[in-house]
Design a protein around this ligand. Structure first.
Ligand SMILES: Cc1ncc(COP(=O)(O)O)c(C=O)c1O
Length: 439
């Protein structure tokens, strides 16, 4: 049975955990949540529900960006890891292993059109993005990388330069000239950025998650890809948050009709159990692997344990019953979002695709931060978009049961009454739910 572990670590209660976190871990982050009235210390977790160690339970609609796409401690994935632990360990990254070879083949086969050739493994999304950029630079002999303003691709050496200034300035880093930013959905700006024929790659999320899931305008991605081809640049699809069946197709770019040169994946590939990332390369971008296979190394990249878990994750994600469930959730969300939009003036836009959505609220004063707390009070954990605090990220698990999905939608409905000014904030405090973890 899963249990809260704080006594194991010598803490008497939640306050002691928070004090130690403040003192030894991250004071600002710890205090940020406490000050927002969200002093979460996650203990038990199972399926799509977790408990704060003080006993309150929540439906997880954040999923750490999709890491828990298949639920917390998915029993099949846990069993896969346990079985792998009886046979292997992290492994030696210099040698071929059965798991690594099998996972690389499985990932290549997920991309339609038989266009992909090799996979480089890492242990986090930022590293996978770094590998993508390095591969594109090697393939093209060019240096420049174009990304979207308010993009988020991680915090490692190269990925951080593709993102928001907020994360660069702090550490006295300036954006190197070879990283250019353009506004999302602005094809003219993209054309200008590519027109010098000096760009190695454009990197984009198919739907930029941390920017609040703005949907690509019809044919925008097609046009970006066409411009890349015209100007000799490569197209990197960062599917860390949008891939793995979250938008019904295995990869979100599939229903935008584009074939990337490189696909980046992490988070959900771990099954929420063992860190792993993958950079999937086509023939052109895989060239360096024929020349110097030691040119990028990562001790934990594609560990034997991670490969076993990721293979199981892909298998569950591709099952017909999983895909059917995602389609049914998609239909439920479409219907209920339309009703919520009709009913609540404070909800001004819903950007929805499959199991993910951005809920945009009226007002400039960080309404999604307020809404996040209103949902927290109603037993739902969903997070605002870091780079657009007017938008709440709605991230549903692929296997979320319908009763829990409806519970979340009811909680959103109720919380919207507060934003609309229909009910006082405190009225929501009585809103309770019966969702309890077993044991
Ligand atoms: C789209 C996207 N790419 C890359 C990353 C970086 O992943 P990691 O935190 O595993 O380095 C993230 C993390 O949130 C992400 O959302």
């Amino acid at each position: 049975m899963n249990c809260n572990d704080y006594p194991m670590y010598g803490f008497a209660d939640k306050a002691e955990v928070l004090d130690a976190a403040r003192k030894y871990w991250n004071p600002d982050k710890t205090d940020f949540w406490v000050n927002e009235g969200i002093p979460l210390v996650i203990g038990k977790r199972e399926g799509y529900v977790f408990e704060d160690i003080d006993g309150k339970s929540f439906i997880d609609m954040h999923l750490n960006g999709g890491t828990f796409n298949l639920g917390h401690r998915n029993p099949e994935i846990v069993d896969t890891l346990k079985d792998a632990l009886d046979r292997v360990d992290v492994g030696n990254h210099h040698f071929a292993t059965s798991g690594r070879a099998a996972l690389a083949k499985a990932l290549i086969e997920t991309v339609p059109g038989n266009t992909m050739d090799k996979v480089v493994f890492g242990s986090c999304g930022g590293e996978a993005v770094d590998v993508a950029i390095k591969s594109a630079r090697f393939a093209t002999g060019r240096k420049k990388i174009v990304s979207i303003i308010k993009a988020y691709h991680g915090h490692t050496g190269l990925s951080i330069a593709t993102g928001d200034d907020r994360f660069l300035k702090m550490f006295n880093c300036s954006r190197p000239d070879e990283f250019a930013h353009v506004p999302f959905n602005d094809i003219d700006a993209m054309e200008r950025a590519l027109s010098g024929d000096d760009v190695a790659a454009v990197i984009m999320e198919t739907i930029p998650a941390t920017y609040g899931f703005p949907m690509p305008a019809p044919s925008y991605l097609d046009q970006v890809k066409a411009l890349c081809e015209k100007h000799g640049a490569l197209y990197i699809a960062d599917e860390v948050q949008t891939g793995l069946g979250r938008t019904v197709d295995f990869w979100c770019f599939e229903h935008h009709g584009i074939t990337p040169d490189i696909v980046v994946m992490s988070k959900g590939l771990s099954g929420g159990i063992y860190p792993i990332s993958a950079t999937i390369l086509n023939k052109r971008t895989a060239k360096w692997l024929y020349e110097d296979g030691f040119a990028h190394m990562a001790t934990f990249g594609g560990s034997d344990l991670g490969c076993a878990v990721a293979l199981k994750t892909i298998e569950i994600t591709r099952r017909a019953e999983t895909v059917e469930h995602v389609k049914a959730l998609d239909a439920l969300y479409s219907k209920r979002f339309a009703e919520l939009l009709e009913k609540h003036p404070s909800l001004i836009e819903v950007r929805h695709d499959g199991t993910i959505a951005g809920l945009k609220f009226q007002g400039e004063d960080e309404p999604a931060v307020r809404f996040c707390k209103l949902l927290y009070d109603r037993g739902v954990w969903a997070i605002f978009s870091t780079l657009d605090k007017t938008v709440l990220q709605f991230k549903s698990g692929l296997l979320l049961p319908f009763d829990q999905a409806n519970f979340v939608l009811d909680a959103i409905d109720d919380a919207l009454n507060v934003l609309d000014g229909e009910i006082e904030k405190d009225a929501g405090a009585d809103w309770t739910h019966e969702m309890k973890l077993a044991g």
